[in-house]
Design a protein around this ligand. Structure first.
Ligand code: PAF
Length: 301
């Protein structure tokens, strides 16, 4: 039985990669519970990595991070209808479970939890019990995507109840999502350790995202300007530029680079607005559209 406190070594990890070409795909709640219960009886620590599938290297880095925090890793793949707005791409969202399973296996994941909408929402997505986190869900992404974070909190609470992990890993690219989930975990007393994973970037600085596949080759090059803009915001704050100026200049810069910005802001980690001259950790967040693709990114310092 592996010792849950033993870190996964590079050697153990590559052996793992060789071993796991495929993983177990679980589609029924009873089977999921039986599998996790067995791991628990064996004294193993279980990690969950929630995803909506269509996985890329950014997701696989979450799996590898999860492995370093637990003995067994479950990745959920569920395109969650309750977090899509009426004009968003729920029906078109790419569903690639076979490729996802292969990639997850290669990254060292043990099981893919692949529920149906009926399993996730037995009373239907409209009649479901909803989890609504107050405050931070209505600004920034919440203002542009009303109801989005209610859907996220609702499905993540369900995933936590279904898998009952010891630890759950979320990407820091969805900064506000992680803040919402932190709030929910504390407020609803989930006994789950949350781990935020660093953003994985292309060589040119573009944050990895499922949405990047909608960018043309030219737009992919152009999109790297978001990361440069975030760095410029950080540098401007460091030289004492007032926050309002930093934000206005960032928006202008994005427009000059061909984007339609939704927001470009500097916030405290809890997403409240800092006063000029106030010390402390900060995060710059951008959401901007390039052609038909909406991109989000952030930089913490
Ligand atoms: O970040 C995502 O992919 C989704 O919002 C999540 C956390 C899997 C919930 O559907």
């Amino acid at each position: 039985m592996p010792d849950r406190r033993t870190p996964v070594t590079a050697g153990a990890h590559s052996a793992n990669l060789r071993k796991k070409a495929t993983i177990e795909t679980i589609t029924g709640l009873a089977a999921l519970r039986a599998r996790v219960a067995q791991w628990r009886r064996d004294g193993l620590r279980v990690a969950l990595v929630p995803t909506m599938g269509n996985l890329h290297e950014g997701h696989f880095s979450l799996i590898r991070l999860a492995r370093s925090h637990a003995d067994r890793v479950v990745a959920s793949v569920f395109v969650n209808p309750t977090q899509f707005g009426p004009n968003e791409d729920f029906a078109q969202y790419p569903r690639t479970p076979e490729a996802d399973a292969l990639g997850l296996g290669a990254a060292g994941c043990d099981a893919m939890w692949l529920p149906t909408v009926e399993t996730m929402y037995p009373y239907g997505a409209q009649a479901t019990v909803r989890v609504q986190v107050p405050g931070i869900t209505t600004t920034l992404e919440g203002a542009f995507r009303p109801g989005h974070f209610d859907g996220v909190a609702t499905v993540v609470a369900r995933l936590f109840n279904q898998v009952q992990p010891d630890v759950a890993v979320f990407g820091r690219k969805d900064y506000q999502q992680l803040a919402v989930i932190r709030y929910m975990v504390r407020d609803l007393a989930f006994a789950i350790e949350l781990v935020g994973a660093d953003i994985v970037r292309e060589d040119n600085g573009l944050a990895m995202s499922s949405r990047n596949q909608y960018l043309s080759a030219e737009e992919r090059v152009q999109a790297a300007a978001i990361h440069r803009c975030l760095q410029a915001m950080r540098d401007a704050v460091a030289t004492g530029t007032p926050r309002a100026t930093v934000e206005a200049e960032a928006s202008q810069r994005l427009q000059a680079d061909g984007f339609v910005p939704d927001y470009a802001v500097v916030r405290r980690p809890d997403l409240s607005e800092p006063a000029d001259g106030e010390d402390g950790p900060r995060v710059a967040l951008i959401a901007a559209r390039l052609g038909r693709t909406r991109l989000i990114d952030n930089l913490e310092w």
